[in-house]
Design a protein around this ligand. Structure first.
Ligand code: SAH
Length: 298
């Protein structure tokens, strides 16, 4: 017997006119149905920290989209895709909280104070960050301050560049035959230098795949550390820049050559640098750009 004849969860059956009509109804209502979907209330005086994803507007979550349509003010970072901000209703104030045009960038303390002021004035405050707010995005620091101040907040996770951005380059972060673990690493700490707490020999030995954020500036130094620790110079490396956007660029090299490539100084940014055998899968899995062209949403 055909499962479709017995399973009540399957609403659409080719010869069942009533169910077919229901399906047609869902399709006709389309995306607009989200406006009435039972999302959580965005309460005045609350702050939502929302991950915007790696750049392409289509990679914003539905919860993020909901927040965008309800917010009274949006405080956003440099890496938020510009097309996402265009989805904010006309009239919603957009406040930039990053570095621009040589001006002094807002410090973390400035940003936190601004968020608290807005929330205390009774606004629905949307703090929009690139990728996922809790992955190298200082979301934890911001929330600690909000918690301390007693201001209620919600976290809306986003697609992190080190996972979703790599997917757009045809590079899985894990793959059963190559790696059972992956390490996410930042290329610098608060001082701009190599992060002091990283055990480079341990990392070189134990992590088959290393995904690095903010690593282009220190890449020569990082590659040298890994090589000194015995990592194979033929290990494949990919630099995935402006991932998910129409301008996405991927440069492939080997660990032994990564240092001189970085020192030549023309690596595009923002970029994720990934080291390890998963990079080789790109040969077969590079679906984006070489195969399918980017649309405006991704
Ligand atoms: N919270 C973000 C990361 C912020 S740190 C996330 O989860 O993705 C900023 C770094 O993220 C950049 O230096 C770069 O390494 C990476 N990044 C962000 N967007 C990117 C993109 N579209 N393409 C490649 N790297 C990106």
């Amino acid at each position: 017997m055909n499962l479709q004849d017995t399973d009540p969860r399957i609403l659409w059956r080719p010869d069942d006119q009533e169910a077919d009509d229901q399906g047609a109804d869902v399709r006709a209502s389309g995306f607009a149905r989200l406006d009435d979907a039972p999302f959580p209330d965005f309460t005045p005086g609350h702050i939502w920290l929302v991950g915007a994803g790696p750049g392409a507007a289509g990679l914003l979550t539905l919860m993020g989209y909901h927040a965008l349509t309800r917010a009274d003010v949006i405080v956003y970072d440099a890496l938020v895709g510009p097309d996402i901000l265009r989805w904010a209703p006309p009239g919603t104030p957009l406040e930039y909280a990053g570095k621009r045009g040589g001006k002094r960038s807002a410090t973390q303390a400035d940003i936190t104070l601004r968020l608290l002021d807005l929330a205390r004035a009774g606004r629905r405050v949307l703090r929009l960050k690139g990728g996922d707010p809790f992955v190298f995005g200082r979301g934890g620091e911001e929330c600690e301050a909000l918690a301390k101040a007693g201001v209620p907040f919600r976290i809306v996770p986003g697609i992190s560049a080190g996972v979703g951005g790599l997917a757009y380059a045809g590079i899985p972060t894990t793959h059963r035959v190559t790696n059972h673990s992956v390490t996410f690493l930042t290329g610098h700490d608060a001082s701009g230098g190599l992060p002091a707490s990283v055990d480079w020999p341990g990392l070189a030995r134990s992590s088959p795949v290393i995904v690095m954020y903010m690593a282009v500036r220190n890449l020569a130094e990082i590659a040298a550390k890994l090589l000194d620790a015995g990592r194979d110079p033929t290990d494949p490396v990919a630099v995935v820049a402006r991932a998910t956007l129409e301008s996405q660029t991927v440069i492939e090299t080997r660990l032994g050559a990564a240092g001189s490539l970085a020192e030549a100084g023309d690596l595009p940014t923002p970029a994720i640098v990934v080291i390890g055998p998963v990079v080789n899968l790109r040969d077969r899995l590079h679906w984006f750009k070489d195969g399918l062209e980017a649309g405006p949403l991704g």
